[in-house]
Design a protein around this ligand. Structure first.
Ligand SMILES: [Zn+2]
Length: 144
């Protein structure tokens, strides 16, 4: 069976393994600080002069640190469905790296279903223009 090749919205920002996708970050070789996105030349840690980084797969799970609702159609060049369907945006603290990564919330999950501290996992879903992006999806353990 052929699967159509999907285009990522940003090349090299995440793996295309749809079962277990990972965001791709960078880790400072000198002090171990994590960065996302990975395009970085100098370590921003105040006590570190590191200039060498390795690419790392970041944690696929984390906890919602904050969230909001995108209830208005974003301006161009964002391509959105007509009529525009509101979506949630979550700031998630990654399980291991403890860094905050923003992302849309999985389609079909309304903001009323979100809570600070809720565990979520990374999934890949197409945006309105059909390109794949990462999104945050609440883990089943959150269901009552
Ligand atoms: Zn460093």
């Amino acid at each position: 069976m052929d699967t159509p090749v999907k285009t990522p919205v940003l090349e090299g920002w995440f793996t295309l393994d749809e079962r277990e996708p990972h965001l791709l970050g960078a880790r400072c070789a000198a002090c171990g600080t994590y960065y996302f996105p990975k395009a970085i030349k100098f370590c921003r840690h105040p006590d570190c002069a590191g200039e060498s980084f390795e690419e790392v797969k970041l944690s696929r799970t984390g906890r919602i640190w904050s969230y909001t609702n995108a209830a208005y159609k974003p301006p161009e060049p964002y391509i959105s469905n007509d009529p525009f369907v509101p979506y949630g945006i979550a700031a998630v603290e990654l399980e291991q790296e403890r860094m905050i990564v923003l992302g849309q919330v999985a389609s079909g999950v309304g903001v009323e279903a979100l809570k600070v501290g809720m565990r979520v996992e990374l999934i890949l879903e197409p945006l309105d223009d059909g390109k794949l992006s990462w999104k945050w999806k609440p883990l089943p353990e959150n269901k009552p």
